[in-house]
Design a protein around this ligand. Structure first.
Ligand SMILES: [Zn+2]
Length: 204
């Protein structure tokens, strides 16, 4: 994968592009850009996505749709509860180091099933089977923090989970170097299933 047209867009511009797309989507005015045959052929030469989205696997939160983007626009990585393992971290580092992507968004959402499952595992002291245990272990610190922090346990834990995942990304030498050099930026966002709106919760 090679960049054919270097991206000339700042992190803030990339974030605005996402938020504008989300406004269109939530207002039921999505334009479905960059989905034509021309676009498909144009990007055969190379990809230059403007944002990395680390999101949840939830079928109700597909990044290209909720941000009204198309082919070649977003570099999307998804796992349940957007839990980060080494393959996921490596994919994000690749997006920043090799493709020069100026924005990383960690995208959580309301009523997250992975967070709900973690809450149930803690409350009912369930033994979690298989590799699902990895998800629960990763989300647990956020649930423990959120317990006693307000009534909406699931959504509060989901927000805290986003913050902890950003902390984890910041421990990557490749990412922190790129951030210090002003080449990329990490933001946290929370998607509301009912309204379709994105709320940015961490921007620094
Ligand atoms: Zn989820």
């Amino acid at each position: 994968m090679k960049i054919v047209a270097p991206l000339n867009i700042s992190a803030d511009e990339a974030l605005n592009r996402l938020l504008e797309g989300n406004q269109r989507f939530a207002a039921n005015q999505a334009s479905g850009p960059n989905r034509s045959e021309n676009r498909r052929l144009e990007i055969v030469k190379g990809q230059y996505p403007f944002a990395i989205i680390l999101g949840c696997v939830d079928s109700r939160v597909p990044p290209e749709l909720i941000f009204d983007q198309g082919l070649g626009d977003l570099f999307v990585i998804r796992s349940a509860g957007q839990v980060i393992d080494n393959a996921i971290l490596g994919s994000i580092e690749f997006g920043v180091a090799e493709l020069g992507i100026p924005l990383i968004m960690v995208l959580g959402h309301s009523k997250c099933g992975a967070v709900t499952a973690t809450v149930e595992a803690i409350e009912k002291r369930l033994a979690v089977e298989g590799a699902i245990a990895t998800l629960v272990e990763n989300i647990k610190p956020a649930v423990n923090w959120a317990t006693g922090h307000g009534e909406e346990l699931i959504d509060n834990a989901a927000r805290k989970n986003i913050a902890l995942e950003i902390e984890r990304l910041n421990t990557s030498p490749i990412l922190s170097r790129a951030i210090k050099a002003g080449k990329t930026k990490i933001v946290g966002a929370f998607y509301h299933l009912s309204t379709g709106f994105i709320e940015t919760i961490i921007t620094k």
